[in-house]
Design a protein around this ligand. Structure first.
Ligand code: AP5
Ligand code: MG
Length: 220
């Protein structure tokens, strides 16, 4: 099964992606997480990514993102499918994904568009805390860790993402509206888009996603 998760920053793509990945046994590929990890590890790729100022909400150029995704989806764990979170994010990225899949005789099964009111999204940003070690994501109110400020999985001190600063959030939302929102129409036209009400609590949102995927008229 090959899935794309679409939706504005902070809507809950990563939260749902973890559940979908576990439920269907497919790898969760988040381009944002790949970039943050490379920057944190200080690799050559990470130093290159740093120049594009993702910490300020700017997009990485299409050719760089595309090459990173191309390499990742050729890894063995992607042989039975994968879940893309945060890619494609522009029309050229979507067109390249189509080409990749056609070359491999693969097919995109569904694009899940997570949608929620902007006020909900802003609250999700302000309370988000992430684990710098294993990327686990929490929310101080909606999904708190068992011990305040500490990761349930590894005990590391939770942090705020630098791009969750309110000024940068505004920029990210603007960039999303300009460059990524057009993908909703793009995938609507291709008949692959299903919109999910992401304003509900995480388990309810996940239930909607599973119901959508199970009810879909295609072979998983
Ligand atoms: P990326 O990491 O993909 O960030 P994003 O799209 O901005 O989305 P977020 O990760 O901020 O939010 P999310 O939707 O995953 O929400 P989450 O589940 O964490 O990309 C980062 C940057 O990398 C980009 O800005 C760009 O610069 C660059 N980049 C990445 N891909 C690129 C590409 N393809 N091309 C160019 N540049 C690229 O949830 C948010 C919070 O809400 C959490 O605290 C969570 O606990 C809480 N929450 C989640 N769901 C619910 C719910 N249902 N109810 C209540 N709280 C909830
Ligand atoms: Mg995310």
């Amino acid at each position: 099964m090959i899935l794309v998760l679409l939706g504005p920053p902070g809507v809950g793509k990563g939260t749902q992606a973890s559940r979908i990945s576990l439920h269907y046994g497919i790898p969760h590929i988040s381009t944002g997480a790949m970039f943050r990890d490379a920057v944190a590890r200080g690799t050559e790729f990470g130093r290159r990514i740093q120049r594009y100022r993702i910490d300020k909400g700017e997009y990485v150029p299409d050719d760089v993102v595309i090459e990173a995704v191309r390499q990742r989806i050729h890894e063995p764990d992607c042989a039975t499918g994968f879940l893309l979170d945060g890619f494609p994010r522009t029309i050229p990225q979507a067109e390249t994904l189509n080409r990749f899949l056609a070359e491999e005789k693969l097919r995109l099964n569904a694009v899940l568009n997570l949608a929620a009111p902007i006020d909900d999204i802003v609250k999700r940003f302000s309370g988000r805390r992430v684990c710098p070690v294993d990327n686990a994501t929490y929310h101080i109110e909606y999904n708190p860790p068992l011990q305040p400020g500490l990761c349930d999985e590894c005990g590391a001190q939770l942090e705020q993402r630098p791009d969750d600063d309110p000024v940068i959030v505004k920029r990210r939302l603007d960039v999303y509206n300009e460059k990524t929102a057009p993908l909703v129409d793009y995938y609507e036209t291709s008949g692959l888009l299903r919109t999910v009400d992401a304003s509900r609590e995480p388990e309810t949102v996940f239930g909607q996603i599973v119901a959508l995927l199970e009810g879909w008229q295609w072979h998983i």
